[in-house]
Design a protein around this ligand. Structure first.
Ligand code: ADP
Ligand code: MG
Length: 446
């Protein structure tokens, strides 16, 4: 296999292992420059992305490459300078905000801690993260509008503001405007009553990046929606970037006018899931580091195991640190228990799922016998759960295509590939399927 062909095969395999957005925005941008002496040089058309790819996908790419070359290969990530990208100055994610960083737009109120560096990525928010970084690199063109939705505390505001910081750092002249749906509403009401609607209109319509947080607030408020729609249209038609967050997916904001909804849907809508235990642990560690405090992994895990609400993580951590410092006590389970005022839950063991467990969970979920799931019958009642099984074996247990085929009694790997592709594509549009997959995963991870 020549290098070009090999890389195409590896990309096809990687496509199955990451979400569609990650693949489209990051992985698919790479090419294999050379492969010899146990060294693979991987480059990317967009030099800004290479750092992210290296940081987050090094191991995945390495393992996948090894599956095909059957050799241990070390990876070198190389930014290939593209003539038309020369204006981009260096990797975004190693840049730090200078201490005297002043927001690029007057009155821009972003929380300085809500940046990409302080954002932990895990399976529940990986797609949203990839889309947000793509927007930074291609303002107004990548995904417009980008709509992030998810429950309270999943990191919508943090991620949205991270885009604001990154865009501001790239170009200090970019006009950025951040406001919540509530502030937007209050400003309109104020503008109407003080007859300053022209100023209002100018302010919102002359931006390069419009960030509207918690848009669900304006649903049902007719005249506000009307103004929001005009603003939105003006910004959108000028090909300026819009990012919106909502605690409900657009199709569920009943009272948001149809035309608003259809505009939403022409961009990219991504849901952010609730952070799992591992992600909460990562968040506690990040917050501790921000406060200049060395927290042990054990304590971070204990806090994460006992607090589900991410918004409470930081407050708890602050109390733990101050209690330890004022009373000169070590941070340990006793101290944490005292602060939480309850018996501590145990740290969940880190669990690796086995193919057999996935097989059982899928069969159980769809009320099928294992033999039916493994069998050859092509009726949809069997074939669809079977394709979900392929998908979960690949994504949750990391089994490769060939081994999935063998595990299920000698199926051809192209059949498996087809099934996995189908499920990953459907997952972005089909809510029922998403619900099923989540239900099965819940069974696997309790
Ligand atoms: P939302 O807007 O979705 O309600 P926030 O963005 O306000 O959630 O996040 C709540 C808290 O949790 C914030 O302190 C935020 O920094 C933190 N947080 C949430 N997700 C992450 C993440 N992936 N990495 C780091 N911190 C996070
Ligand atoms: Mg928020």
């Amino acid at each position: 296999m020549d290098e070009h062909h090999l890389w195409a095969t590896i990309l096809a395999d990687l496509e199955l292992q990451v979400s569609e957005v990650v693949f489209r925005t990051l992985i698919s941008q790479t090419s294999l420059e050379s492969l010899d002496d146990g060294k693979a040089v991987i480059s990317c058309n967009n030099p800004m992305l290479i750092n992210i790819i290296e940081k987050r996908y090094h191991d995945l790419i390495k393992t996948t490459l090894r599956n095909y070359t059957k050799k241990d290969v070390s990876l070198v990530f190389n930014a290939r300078k593209n003539k038309h990208l020369n204006h981009i100055d260096g990797p975004l994610f190693t840049m730090k905000l200078p201490d005297n960083f002043s927001p690029p737009s007057t009155g821009l109120k972003l929380n300085r801690d809500y940046n990409f560096e302080n954002f932990a990525v895990s399976s529940s928010n990986q797609m949203a993260y990839a889309a947000a970084t793509a927007v930074v690199n291609n303002l107004g063109h990548a995904y417009n509008p980008l709509v992030l939705y998810g429950g309270v505390g999943v990191g919508k505001t943090h991620l949205m503001q991270a885009v604001g910081h990154a865009v501001g750092q790239k170009n200090i002249k970019t006009k950025i405007l951040y406001c919540t749906g509530e502030e937007f509403t209050n400003e309109i009401i104020e503008a109407i009553s003080t007859k300053t609607t022209v100023t209002f209109k100018k302010k919102y319509r002359l931006v390069d990046l419009l960030l509207i947080d918690d848009v669900q607030f304006i649903a049902g408020k007719y005249s506000i929606q009307e103004e929001f729609f005009h603003t939105f249209n003006a910004v959108y038609q000028a090909k300026k970037q819009i990012i919106i967050t909502s605690d409900k997916p657009p199709e569920e904001i009943n009272k948001l006018e149809d035309r608003l909804r259809s505009r939403f849907e022409c961009g990219l809508t991504i849901d952010i899931g609730n952070p799992d235990f591992e992600l909460r642990t990562a968040i506690v560690l990040i917050k501790a580091k921000q406060k200049g405090y060395e927290l042990s992994m054990e304590s971070a895990k204990t806090i994460a195991a006992n607090i589900e609400n991410t918004r409470k993580l930081e407050g708890t951590l602050t109390r733990v640190i101050s209690e330890s410092q004022t009373k000169n006590l070590p941070v340990n389970n006793d101290l944490i228990k005292n602060i939480l005022g309850k018996t501590l839950k145990k740290i969940p063991p880190s669990k690796k799922v086995l193919p057999e467990e996935i097989l059982k969970a899928v069969a159980g979920f769809y009320n099928l016998k294992i033999s039916q799931l493994k069998g050859d019958k092509r009726d949809k009642v069997y074939s669809f759960p079977r394709q979900i099984l392929y998908y979960l074996l690949r994504t949750e247990a990391g089994v490769n295509l060939k081994d999935i085929g063998e595990f299920l009694g000698g199926r051809d790997h192209t059949t498996i590939l087809h099934g996995i592709r189908k499920i990953s594509n459907l997952l972005s549009t089909d809510n029922n399927l998403r619900g099923d997959v989540m239900g099965i995963k819940n069974e696997l991870f309790v």
